[in-house]
Design a protein around this ligand. Structure first.
Ligand SMILES: [Zn+2]
Ligand SMILES: [Zn+2]
Length: 271
């Protein structure tokens, strides 16, 4: 069993792009020997048109999740979280949601910019990959700057876009985009926010997590100590994906602990 015992980024059928009932995720987490799992469902207001509805039914969510917590009490810790799809015009909306509902944990993630999701190849049409990646980091910084620190706990998959670029991460590195990445990392550190290590990048075949090792190393060098860890699983088999690797990597980079949240309060657990 690996040292990271909480998976803090995963989805169930409360997310528009996921069909897995939450209980299946919990059963899988128990089978893996995890001590906790945090559901972080997609809430992406004003998402560009797609086949999925990226809005959470909060009434149903806050009815179902406490039932699950009760059902599994004493066996595993189930966190009620969110993955907010941040956009420059939405900070007020997320602050309001973060105050209205008793979330344990909130991830801020940039999925959509200029009314497009880099998940779709059309985002890259007619532009260089470098222009697209630069735009992504620039918009991410500007958007984060406008977000109220109280409205989120960690920044999700900071280099999400490299999962989908024409050459993916072949020409990408921390160094190649340092000028745009450093301000994001500094902003997180100044505000006491976490950076997420998302093992989804390994699932996508990048050979690295999101963000890449170079970014995690730089965050630590700048004084960043707070990391959350998640698989971004949409299917049970990806729960806790490559957490052994993640724990070893974080230790090697000089991190001593990872962070989990309960009712938005941080708790450090040893790596
Ligand atoms: Zn995401
Ligand atoms: Zn996610």
């Amino acid at each position: 069993m690996w040292n990271i015992k909480y998976d803090c980024h995963l989805h169930s059928d409360f997310s528009g792009d996921c069909d897995t009932p939450a209980a299946q995720m919990v059963e899988r987490a128990l089978a893996l020997g995890l001590e906790g799992l945090y559901f972080t469902e997609h809430e992406d207001p004003d998402a560009p048109p797609s086949d999925c509805d990226f809005s959470v039914d909060f009434g149903a969510y806050f009815s179902r999740m406490p039932q699950l917590q009760e059902q599994y009490r004493g066996r595993i810790r189930i966190g009620i979280g969110m993955e907010f799809g941040i956009q420059p015009h939405l900070p007020g909306r997320f602050l309001e949601l973060s105050r209205r509902y008793p979330f344990d944990f909130i991830i801020a993630s940039l999925h959509n910019l200029n009314n497009m999701d880099p998940y779709y190849p059309s985002y890259f049409e007619g532009r260089s990959e470098r222009d697209c990646y630069e735009e992504f980091f620039r918009v991410q910084y500007e958007t984060l700057r406008q977000c109220e620190p109280a409205s989120f706990d960690t920044l999700g998959h900071m280099d999400y876009i490299v999962r989908y670029g024409p050459n993916r991460n072949r020409d990408y590195s921390y160094e190649a985009y340092a000028e745009l990445i450093d301000p994001i990392l500094r902003l997180l550190i100044e505000n006491g926010k976490c950076l997420e290590l998302n093992t989804g990048g390994l699932k996508y075949g990048l050979g690295e997590p999101n963000p890449c090792v170079g970014v995690l190393r730089r965050y630590r060098a700048l004084g960043g100590e707070l990391v959350t860890v998640g698989s971004d699983a949409h299917e049970p088999e990806y729960l806790g994906f490559r957490f052994g690797y993640a724990a070893a990597l974080l230790q090697e980079l000089g991190f001593r602990y990872y962070t989990v949240f309960e009712q938005r309060n941080a708790r450090q657990l040893p790596l």
